[in-house]
Design a protein around this ligand. Structure first.
Ligand SMILES: [Zn+2]
Length: 73
C-alpha cells in the first residue's frame, strides 16, 4: 500500500450497530457494508480519517504546547 493515502492504524467502524474495530476499515466497508454506496463508504472513511487526524493533532499539542512562542517577545 504505497499510494499516499492516510494509513488508518486502528479505528472503529462508524456505522451504527457495527462493532468492527481494526486496521483495514476501507476494506471492511467494502466487504462487510455492501449496503453502502461507494459515496457513503467514502464519506465514512473520510470522517474516520478526519477524527484520527484531529486526535493526532491533539496528542501533538499535549506533547508540545503551541503557546510558548508568542510569550517571550
Ligand atoms: Zn462496519
Amino acid at each position: 500500500m504505497a499510494n499516499g493515502r492516510i494509513h488508518i492504524r486502528l479505528d472503529s467502524c462508524s456505522v451504527v450497530g457495527c462493532a468492527y474495530h481494526g486496521t483495514r476499515l476501507d476494506r471492511h466497508l467494502d466487504i462487510d457494508h455492501t449496503e453502502l454506496s461507494q459515496q457513503e463508504a467514502d464519506f465514512l472513511l473520510q470522517e474516520v480519517k478526519r477524527k484520527v487526524g484531529l486526535k493526532m493533532l491533539r496528542e501533538l499539542r499535549e506533547i508540545d504546547p503551541p503557546s510558548t512562542h508568542d510569550n517571550d517577545t
